[in-house]
Design a binder for this molecule. Structure first.
Ligand code: SF4
Ligand code: SF4
Length: 170
């Protein structure tokens, strides 16, 4: 197993352990819980727009034909705080890579994460941009911007919460 693969699995395991230890308390914390609710609503609205605008269909077809643009290296940059945020939002974190050569978090039905990095949300290939048109791309970028901002606030709040609760875990 490569060092990068070992590290992804370590980050996932750390997120699982923290979720088991602090998950319920995080949900009850006013700041973290409030941000989780806001981000969950934002992600659901963005996902719904991805479907209605045709992004989900276009990227799904592309994934079947070419394996999509979810490369191996992209999943390797996720740390345990982002993965804990995903667990708290209900994402099932994979134990093994499903698609050989692809991102650790991509499955046959697409990305298994709920809150993602900027490069995962902001990349629209030229073919997709041409298919969607400028107006739809601008609306997608607006929604993605809100999602990223809430995700960033949640990660900061989670870090503060863990530092207060069990600093030895950071
Ligand atoms: S953004 Fe483009 S390359 Fe990436 S999955 Fe969608 S259609 Fe394919
Ligand atoms: S969108 Fe999801 S599956 Fe694709 S690269 Fe990002 S984390 Fe991986």
């Amino acid at each position: 197993m490569s060092e990068a693969e070992t590290n992804v699995k370590k980050q996932i395991e750390k997120a699982r352990v923290l979720h088991a230890a602090l998950g319920a308390a995080c949900l009850a914390d006013p700041e973290v819980g409030g941000l989780l609710v806001a981000l969950d609503l934002r992600v659901k609205a963005s996902d719904s727009f991805m479907v209605s605008s045709g992004v989900a269909m276009a990227c799904g077809r592309c994934a079947e034909a070419t394996g999509s643009c979810c490369f191996k290296e992209m999943g390797e940059s996720y740390g345990f705080i982002e993965l804990l945020a995903n667990r708290l939002l209900g994402a099932e974190l994979p134990r093994e890579r499903e698609l050989p050569g692809g991102c650790f978090f991509v499955g046959k039905k697409g990305c298994t994460l709920k809150t993602r990095h900027s490069f995962c949300l902001n990349y629209f290939c030229p073919e997709l941009i041409a298919f969607l048109g400028e107006k739809t791309v601008l609306e997608l970028q607006r929604q993605v911007g809100e999602q990223l901002s809430l995700g960033w606030e949640l990660e900061r709040a989670l870090t503060r919460y863990i530092t207060r609760s069990i600093p030895e875990r950071l």
